[in-house]
Design a protein around this ligand. Structure first.
Ligand SMILES: CC(C)(COP(=O)(O)OP(=O)(O)OC[C@H]1O[C@@H](n2cnc3c(N)ncnc32)[C@H](O)[C@@H]1OP(=O)(O)O)[C@@H](O)C(=O)NCCC(=O)NCCSC(=O)C[C@H](O)C(=O)O
Ligand SMILES: [Mg+2]
Length: 275
């Protein structure tokens, strides 16, 4: 059972897996990730799309304690219609829509699936339209699609994230303008744990709620970076206890009402992610 307080914005670790990979579908059940995203799109070869769709709908009901999303193929592909119907009839909590570039696309998918949409922002046009996309009532949150975005922007393979930072921050702004959840893109280097953790820290500092992942070995670090640790929780409790209202000095810094609210939100998040 999901903790009844658990909502999308509490998720720290959101693991993608190809819905055509039965071993990964099974393995994800025992992992400590907060959300599983069963992929029907780029991780699945064209000749296995039908099998992946059937696998996703069968699996979606069997992730106790986790949120579940299904990433469908985009409009204009041969699989889009069947994917939407499958998500509608499944136990998935969310439909994940790739390569979104305008609000009408999410409106159309929401109309068929009748489930909250997570819109992936993966192109220059998507970034420029993110305010309207995030503002649509059926959108629960935004995911960065940094591989496609890099390609669209012409950022060379191997270049760091400097060329992405304006886009990343724009999408965080767009999501927050409508009070929506927002999650950083995946990290492709499977054996680079130091690089992965550094990117988690950067995403956390940019304001992302959590990180989308591609491998079990990324779950623990994402949970550690995005989940409040004991030190942060102790600081939050001390701040709440000390605050009397208005501006005041606390442990060498000014605090006001918004700092108390932030401390309460941190504690609420820690409670929500308990399983
Ligand atoms: C990237 C992989 C293809 C690597 O596969 P492989 O080398 O076979 O992995 P390992 O041998 O290290 O796997 C060890 C065990 O872990 C299981 N496993 C691996 N990945 C996953 C996973 N994602 N979820 C659950 N379990 C997983 C293996 O089955 C092994 O289990 P066991 O047999 O018990 O030892 C592979 O990791 C993979 O397919 N990852 C996910 C790829 C994916 O879903 N891609 C789509 C999302 S990425 C995206 O959204 C990009 C975005 O669109 C953008 O533009 O940026
Ligand atoms: Mg993509």
């Amino acid at each position: 059972m999901l903790n009844h307080n658990f909502q999308l914005h509490h998720a720290r670790s959101l693991l993608f897996l190809p819905a055509s990979n039965a071993r990964a579908v099974e393995k994800a059940r025992g992992l400590d990730c907060d959300m599983v995203i069963l992929d029907l799109e780029d991780a699945v070869p064209d000749d296995r799309k039908d099998e992946a769709r059937d696998g996703a709908t069968a699996a979606a009901a069997h992730y106790a304690g986790k949120l579940v999303g299904i990433r469908i193929n985009m409009a204009g592909t041969p699989w889009h219609g069947a994917d939407m119907i499958a998500v509608k009839n499944s136990a998935a909590d969310f439909v994940v829509l790739p390569k979104v570039e305008n609000a009408k696309q999410v409106h159309d998918v929401y109309g068929v699936c009748a489930k909250p949409v997570i819109a992936m922002i993966e192109s220059a046009l998507g970034v420029t339209q993110a305010v309207a996309i995030g503002g649509f009532a059926g959108v629960a949150g935004l995911f960065m699609g940094n591989n496609d975005l890099r390609r669209d922007l012409g950022i060379p393979a191997g270049a760091g994230r400097a060329g992405l930072s304006f886009a990343l921050q724009s999408v965080v702004l767009a999501a927050r303008a409508s009070g929506k959840a927002v999650f950083d893109g995946v990290y492709n280097k499977l054996d680079d744990s130091a690089g992965f953790e550094a990117e988690c820290r950067e995403g956390h500092a940019f304001g992302f709620d959590g990180k989308t992942l591609i491998h079990p070995n990324q779950v623990e670090a994402a949970n550690a970076v995005f989940g409040p640790d004991e030190v942060a929780l102790a600081e939050a409790r001390r701040l709440i206890d000390a605050a009397t209202g208005g501006a005041e000095r606390h442990e060498g810094a000014m605090i006001e009402a918004m700092h108390v609210e932030a401390a309460r939100a941190l504690i609420a998040r820690a409670e929500a992610v308990k399983r």
